[in-house]
Ligand binder design. Structure first.
Ligand code: ADP
Ligand code: MG
Length: 738
């Protein structure tokens, strides 16, 4: 059983590692991945393991696992409510601490000036007490979220971002409390000790502000799912007992006839029963040109009808519908991790303990070895190191970009399975394109018929009768042609499909074989009589199949599969990206060559048996190439799985996601280019993010240790680093994918 559940209370990358570890330890729970940006954990559980155990394990570390919120149709709204709640709590905490911090800050700044001390009615001692009274609620109310997690972690002797904030502000506050209540303990040269209430207060305000901005921005990165959920209308008109009736979407059922008027949203997947129209499917396929719909056309739920009206019968709803599957996929992808993140995770798990050590070293250095050797300077630099080093932006760098990237893909009809696939796409240097259905339309038609010693009609009748049993696109072309001519169909016996070769069957007492020259060779049938026609038709890019009747050649059919209008352009773009392009087909060399030439492909694997397709991919991989295989998934699944990146091309509504890393909803090859570009942009964003997340810390720490950084500025920089990382990811939203 696979779950994807919300977790509350994670504040940084090290929390991610902790939640993962705590769940991974449980027997029967596997493949745990936490997504910090979506605040969800996904894992697989054995039947006999109760989710309560998982819940307990996570709670031990101070986080909360929502086991009752299993993904449902409207999980989008559930996520939203939750982050709204968190947002509002942060907002009220921030407001509260700002109101108290303002006077603290003003008094602390002005008290250093002679003129202010003259008009200020309290002495230093009383002023410190006022500051203490104002600061305490900030620490214990607004700052509670940091201290609580710090405390839970401390019990396990583990440290993370909250530890840094808690130790930093706690030290500043604790020292100031002692200095205020027992000044004699800390007096130097009979002067009242300095207090750092404003430091503690301002840090808490700024970090809470950073969190608030983070929650707000994180909500935006997940906007793609919300957009997808909004595609469906709330109601639909169905025909019941011959009358039109408006019903809620939840009440629709498979088999209902839905009435669609101009401008209406289509509520579910189905097949048109009457009427005609054009439908805008761009929101799902990324294809800007509306699609014509006639009787028997498939329609997809969530798309928008343009001008005509029609009735359709519902074939799929909810999770089974195309939209439902897309949402599920995007959700899973957004919750997944990119390999690049492992580095960030590893770094942040050792980072915090090291920072704490550096901070103590800083304190000791300033306290005992510097000329100033005063506790004030030591303390302030100690706090500065802890605050500037917070690795909170690090945990956001990858997941926010993955969320935006996968969401953006989904809106352009590019469904990316997970972060790993997204990352792999930019490393590809070789693309293998299947011919039928990928470069070509995959809807071939019969163009030439050359009968030998029988009539044209007899030949088609033989061929169509046995092809009726086959599912190959070639077979459909032959059957369709037979229907058009109105030939008689006979029922074949002992039908056999020879994958990559053709078909054989008995028609009455006649033995019929239909397929390519290899099949003819297998039956030792001489084709030299029509070799010339064969060569000619093949060099036009047509697929030729031979028909043998009782081991005698009875004729030949040429079948043409038109090249997709977008293929040539897409292949030019792939070349511009510097990719090696190969065409892979089971079709004969000559035909394949002609097609390859027409679309501008120089490298070719022809006459490849279906089971060898994966072998060819492996060969390329062995020669050091990183290979993407693009196919329609019908007989190329093994090749798709073998390739470093399997890209399945959809045929309008089918999602062949199982064996592929990326599924393109439309068959347009330009989407392959878009997917690679999307990957490049996302990875670039991640790298920039990691840079921004690290630069603040790494530059900041030595500055802070050497006493050049005020901890309040450190807090500001840290909040800024999180926000800049998320904004950078959001910038990706505006990237042109196409
Ligand atoms: P591809 O996916 O590249 O079209 P296939 O392995 O499906 O390759 O088919 C390879 C060749 O086998 C076809 O070009 C055709 O010559 C022959 N073939 C396969 N199935 C049939 C069939 N049902 N009828 C006739 N020929 C077929
Ligand atoms: Mg194929």
């Amino acid at each position: 059983m696979k779950y994807n559940l919300p977790v509350e209370g994670m504040t940084c990358a090290s929390c991610v590692a902790r939640v993962e570890k705590s769940l991974n330890k449980i027997e029967g729970i596997e493949n745990v991945t936490v997504n910090y940006a979506s605040e969800k954990v996904s894992f697989e559980v054995d039947e006999n393991v109760s989710l309560d155990i998982a819940k307990e394990a996570v709670e031990k570390y101070g986080y909360k696992l929502y086991t009752e919120k299993v993904r449902t149709e409207d999980s989008g709204t559930a996520i939203e409510d939750e982050s709204d709640e968190q947002y509002n709590k942060l907002k009220s905490d921030l407001l509260f601490s700002v109101i108290l911090t303002l006077p603290i800050f003003i008094i602390s700044m002005l008290i250093d000036f002679e003129w202010f001390r003259n008009i200020w009615m309290f002495n230093s001692d009383s002023t410190n007490k006022i500051l203490l009274i104002l600061t305490t609620p900030i620490i214990f109310i607004s700052g509670k979220r940091f201290y609580k997690i710090f405390w839970v972690n401390l019990k396990h002797f583990s440290f993370e971002m909250n530890s840094l904030v808690a130790i930093g502000t706690g030290a500043a506050y604790g020292y100031s409390v002692v200095a205020t209540l027992f000044p004699n303990l800390l007096k130097i040269n009979d002067k009242l000790p300095h207090v750092y209430f404003e430091t503690a207060a301002v840090i808490i305000v700024l970090i809470t502000l950073g969190k608030l901005l983070e929650v707000r921005a994180k909500k935006k990165t997940g906007g793609a799912i919300k957009k997808l959920l909004e595609l469906k209308p709330k109601e639909a008109t169905i025909i019941e007992n011959g009358k039109e009736k408006l019903v809620q979407l939840e009440l629709l059922a498979v088999g209902n006839i839905v009435v669609i008027k101009p401008g209406e949203k289509i509520p579910a997947d189905g097949v048109v029963k009457s009427g005609a129209s054009v439908v805008d499917e761009s929101m799902l396929t990324g294809e800007s040109i509306p699609t014509e719909k006639n009787i028997a056309s498939k329609v997809i739920g969530g798309t928008i009808n343009k001008t005509g009206s029609f009735n359709f019968e519902i074939t799929a709803l909810g999770d089974n519908s195309v939209l439902g599957q897309i949402i599920k996929l995007v959700e899973e992808a957004q919750g997944s991790k990119a390999p690049i993140q492992q580095l960030a995770d590893r770094v942040s798990s050792v980072f915090v303990p090291i920072v704490i050590l550096i901070a103590f070293a800083t304190f000791i250095g300033w306290m005992f070895f510097a000329e100033t050797n005063n506790i004030n300077f030591a303390l302030i630099n100690f706090v500065a190191v802890l605050i500037i080093a917070c690795p909170c932006a690090l945990g956001l760098a990858t997941p926010t970009a993955i969320m935006v990237g996968t969401g953006l893909g989904a809106q352009s009809g590019i469904l990316i399975k997970n972060g790993e696939s997204l990352e792999m796409a930019h490393k590809i240097d070789t693309i293998v394109l299947d011919k039928t259905g990928t470069i070509t339309e995959g809807t071939p038609t019969v163009t030439d018929i050359i009968p030998i010693d029988i009539t044209e009609e007899e030949l088609i009748s033989l061929a169509a009768s046995i092809e009726k049993k086959s599912e190959h696109p070639i077979a459909s072309a032959v059957v369709e042609y037979g229907n058009k001519l109105g030939v008689s169909f006979r029922e074949p016996k002992s039908f056999q499909s020879h994958s990559g070769l053709g078909v054989t069957a008995m028609l009455g007492s006649d033995k019929v074989a239909l397929g390519n020259q290899k099949l003819m060779e297998q039956f030792s049938i001489n084709i030299s009589d029509i070799q010339k026609n064969f060569d000619e038709l093949s060099s036009e890019g047509k697929t030729v199949i031979f028909c043998a009747l009782n081991n005698q050649l009875a004729g030949m059919l040429a079948i043409e599969d038109p090249i997709k209008s977008t293929s040539v352009e897409a292949i030019v773009k792939m070349k511009e990206l510097g990719l090696n392009i190969f065409m892979l087909t089971g079709d004969n060399e000559k035909t394949a060559n002609a097609i390859a030439k027409r679309v501008g492909i120089d490298n070719l694997f022809a006459e490849v048996m279906p089971e060898q397709k994966a072998e060819k991919v492996k060969e390329l991989q062995k020669s050091g190439k990183r290979v993407a295989m693009v196919g329609d998934g019908i007989n190329d699944s093994p090749a798709l799985v073998t390739a470093d990146l399997g890209i399945a091309i959809g045929t309008g509504t089918d999602i062949a996601i199982e064996s592929s890393d990326i599924t393109l909803i439309t068959g347009n090859l330009n989407s392959v280019v878009s997917a690679i570009n999307l990957s490049k942009k996302t990875i670039r964003t991640i790298k920039q993010n990691l840079f921004w997340a690290f630069i603040y810390n790494t530059i900041g720490i030595p500055f802070a240790a050497l006493g050049f950084l005020n901890p309040m500025i450190g807090a500001l920089a840290m909040s800024f680093s999180s926000v800049s990382v998320i904004s950078n990811s959001l910038r990706l939203k505006r990237a042109k994918v196409k």
